[in-house]
Design a protein around this ligand. Sequence first.
Ligand SMILES: Cc1ncc(COP(=O)(O)O)c(C=O)c1O
Length: 428
Amino acid sequence: MTSRRSFISGAGTAIVAGAAFSASAPSVIRELTQAGSHRGAPDDEDFWLLAQQAFTMDRSVVNLNNGGVSPAPRIVQESMKRHLDEANSLPPPHVLWSLVPPRREAVRSRLAGAWGVDAEEVAITRNSSESLQICQFGIDLKPGDEVLTTNQDYPRMLNTFRQREAREGVKLITFSLPVPCESEDEIVEAYASRITPRTRMILCCHVINLTGQVLPVRRIAELGSARGIPVVIDGAHAFANLHFSLDELQCHYYGTSLHKWLFAPIGTGLLYVRRDRIEHTWPLMAADEKERADIRKFEQIGTHPAANFLAIAEALTFHEALGGARKEARLRALRARWIDHLQDVPGFRLNSPRAQVLSCGLGNFRIDGLEPAKLQSWLWEKHRILVTTITHDEFSGTRVTPSVYTTPAEIDRFCDLVRQAARHGLPE
Ligand SMILES: Cc1ncc(COP(=O)(O)O)c(C=O)c1O
């Protein structure tokens, strides 16, 4: 791990070196792509400065809530605008129904290729909610059938099952996980011990949004496969944040947003459905019988703007130029930086795991005596630093989610303010 001092001096060098770089989008992509595999280490500030320049963020604000939804880099914004202009300068029916479909197919195959699965298993959706609800509503269940998940899963996904409970008499079984949990075996056992002969579906986060806890999803998928139970993975915070391929997870379904960690336009998502599951899963909006075994049936949402979906291509280009592994390592280094700075503050508690395989760039902490909601308001109202307050029945804390455009200096400023608040208290 890089020491704080060398990380900071790296940042200084970057500012000088950065003066030589052009901020224009294509040149940033070119520079990132040409940087070569020896570049882009977590403390290579010259490289990360290029990533920072690709965004149009107002640098008077420090955004440490990139987990909610992310800004898109300039090339993605420009691409969206181009596609919108096109849809309004040629006859829109021609654009939407002739020009767009082949381009959309190109996006599908690039997404599939980048995550190691077949294009015929990938649907482009509007967000994680839509992707996951397709699975949650689309799998047949009878009264008394059980669906299994944790009480730390995303509230909308829990509500989806609650609606099926109220409407169809299925049974939602939830359980608690320790915060944080440092043992893969403990997590797998927590699921395994609750599977009963009535269990018909398992919903499992790849990364829990509240804490950044990573779950061993492949092992949970194997649990389901061995018992013929479909496993739906909620990848909202894992996709393009952790570096993995969908293929290696061996899951039946994987739903994610692309507007979080892929930096695609707001309102984009992906649904992976294993080929043999497609025809047994109902779409949310009815599709033609001819499409029964076609992944595109999940995309039947009526007339909608194509610009968001087509601009995913530029987000992929940016992601590939950064490199998935380099991006994951940088996000982890930024998390390590704020934890290093804060962990000797009296009363500091990390609500996130420290083990490499169970953690990622998202983190959540608490300091005894500092109320997270008050800390959030003070940081935002007085200092224009945005963090997220997490309140769960069993714990609470402050979630910190830096991104690739976050600078070490911004992390340090945030930490200095938290230390100040811990020492002197927050103004009433
Ligand atoms: C774990 C998890 N699942 C699902 C969602 C829903 O994502 P979206 O609002 O993009 O549909 C979120 C949103 O933050 C999330 O954190």
